[in-house]
Ligand binder design. Structure first.
Ligand SMILES: [Zn+2]
Ligand SMILES: [Zn+2]
Length: 382
C-alpha cells in the first residue's frame, strides 16, 4: 500500500509499505477517502522552518513541548504526513462494537484510549495509555516518529487502535466532505468559540485570521451561527470575503497587516474589502451531494489538492492531479451562490492525494453543526 510521505519542505513523495493488520481486539482498519490539509501542515510543507525551530528551541524561545512532539529536529523527513481524514471502516477486531465495516467515520488526529484519567476528563491529547506510558509527549497521526508509529492519514489503509473510542461515525445527512477537517481544524475552531457562546449567548467575537488560515474561518462561521457578532481581521481579501459570507464583519485591516502582506506577495494584491460590510454580495454555497450511508458504496478514493496557500504549492514526485480548490480558503472560481442558513463553515483545507481518475464526492451544503465534543475522541488540540 502507499502513503504520502513528507521528505522535506516543498517535497512529498509516495512510499510503499506493508498494509497494516489488526493487532489488538479493539483495532479497526480503515480506508481514508477524504483527507484534509491542516493549518499545522502548511508550515513545514511550504517553508523550511526546521533550522529556525531548532534555534528557537535551543534559545528557549519555543515551548519545550514542541521538542517532545516534533523531536529534536522538527519536521525531519521522511515521515508519513496527514492527520485529518474521513474514512470507510474496512475491518474491525472482535472487541469493536461501536462501528462496523462499511461505515464512514471521522478519524481524530491524536490517538487516545478513552479510558485513562486524562481521557475521561476530555484531555484526549494527553492520553496516559498512548503517551506517558510510551514515553511520548503526544501520540498522533502524521507528525513523525516522535508521535509514534501510527503513520499518516493520506494512505490506502490505516490501523486505528481503541476504535470504539476513536472513530466517530458521520451522522446521517452530513456530507462527508463537509467534515473533512473535523479530525482537527474544525474541532479546534469549535472549542474556541462555541462553548463560551453557549454559556454566554449573544457575545462579540474578534478573530485574528491569517495565521491559522482555515481555523479562523471555521471559528468565524461557527460563532456567527451561534448568534455572536463576529469581527474578522485578516490581511487576505479573499479570506475576508469568505468570512463575510459566513456572517462575520470585516473591519478595515490595520495598515501594518496590509504592508506585511504586500511585502510578501505580488504587487497585484487585491484591494481590501470595504470596512464594516456585514453582508456579502455573492456568498459561497457548495453543491449538493448525497448524504453518506453505511448501506451505499463509498466513492472511489478522490483526493484533491488545495490551491489556496501558499502561492507556490510544493512539488511532489507523485505529480498530483489538479483538482478544485477548497471553498473556504480558495481563490478559485468555484461558483458562489447564496449562503446556507447557519451552518458550519465549509471545509477549508483541500485534500492532497492524487489518484484516481474517478471523481470524488461533490461539495454539498450541510445544515448540521458538527459537535466535536459530542465524542470523546475529538475536541482537544495539539
Ligand atoms: Zn492539525
Ligand atoms: Zn487515554
Amino acid at each position: 500500500m502507499r502513503e504520502l510521505t513528507f521528505v522535506r519542505s516543498g517535497r512529498l513523495t509516495w512510499h510503499e509499505r506493508p498494509a497494516p493488520r489488526l493487532t489488538e481486539p479493539g483495532d479497526a482498519i480503515v480506508r481514508p477517502f477524504i483527507a484534509g490539509r491542516c493549518d499545522g501542515d502548511t508550515l513545514p510543507l511550504h517553508r523550511p522552518v526546521s533550522r529556525a525551530m531548532q534555534a528557537g528551541l535551543t534559545l528557549g524561545l519555543i515551548d519545550p513541548v514542541v521538542r517532545g512532539i516534533c523531536g529534536p529536529v522538527p519536521f525531519r523527513g521522511p515521515f508519513a504526513i496527514g492527520h485529518e481524514c474521513v474514512a470507510e471502516v474496512l475491518e474491525t477486531g472482535p472487541g469493536v462494537t461501536n462501528v462496523r465495516p462499511g461505515q464512514w467515520v471521522i478519524v481524530p488526529w491524536s490517538i487516545s484510549c478513552g479510558a485513562c484519567s486524562p481521557c475521561l476528563r476530555g484531555l484526549t491529547a494527553k492520553c496516559d495509555t498512548t503517551t506517558r506510558h510510551a514515553g511520548r509527549t503526544l501520540a498522533a497521526f502524521g507528525f513523525g516518529p516522535a508521535c509514534g508509529p501510527w503513520g499518516g492519514m493520506i494512505t490506502d489503509t490505516l490501523r486505528i487502535p481503541h476504535a470504539d473510542h476513536m472513530l466517530v461515525p458521520i451522522p446521517h445527512g452530513v456530507p462527508a466532505l463537509r467534515v473533512a477537517a473535523a479530525s482537527d481544524n474544525l474541532a479546534d475552531a469549535w472549542r474556541a468559540v462555541v462553548p463560551p457562546l453557549t454559556a454566554r449567548g449573544g457575545g462579540r467575537v474578534l478573530i485574528l485570521g491569517g495565521g491559522a488560515r482555515s481555523i479562523g474561518l471555521y471559528a468565524a462561521g461557527l460563532a456567527a451561527a451561534h448568534g455572536a457578532t463576529v469581527d474578522y481581521l485578516d490581511a487576505s481579501a479573499t479570506r475576508r470575503r469568505i468570512a463575510e459570507t459566513l456572517g462575520a464583519r470585516t473591519p478595515r485591516t490595520p495598515r501594518s497587516l496590509e504592508a506585511s502582506k504586500a511585502a510578501t506577495t505580488s504587487p497585484s494584491k487585491p484591494p481590501p474589502a470595504p470596512p464594516g460590510s456585514a453582508k456579502p454580495s455573492a456568498p459561497w454555497r457548495p453543491a449538493e451531494s448525497a448524504p453518506p450511508s453505511a448501506t451505499t458504496s463509498p466513492p472511489a478514493p478522490a483526493y484533491r489538492s488545495c490551491t489556496c496557500t501558499p502561492p507556490t504549492p510544493p512539488s511532489t514526485s507523485a505529480s498530483p492531479t489538479p483538482a478544485p480548490s477548497c471553498p473556504t480558503c480558495s481563490t478559485s472560481s468555484t461558483a458562489p451562490a447564496s449562503p446556507p442558513k447557519p451552518s458550519p463553515p465549509s471545509p477549508p483545507t483541500g485534500t492532497t492525494r492524487p489518484a484516481p481518475t474517478r471523481p470524488g464526492p461533490p461539495r454539498s451544503s450541510c445544515d448540521v453543526t458538527p459537535s466535536p465534543r459530542s465524542h470523546p475522541g475529538l475536541g482537544t488540540s495539539h
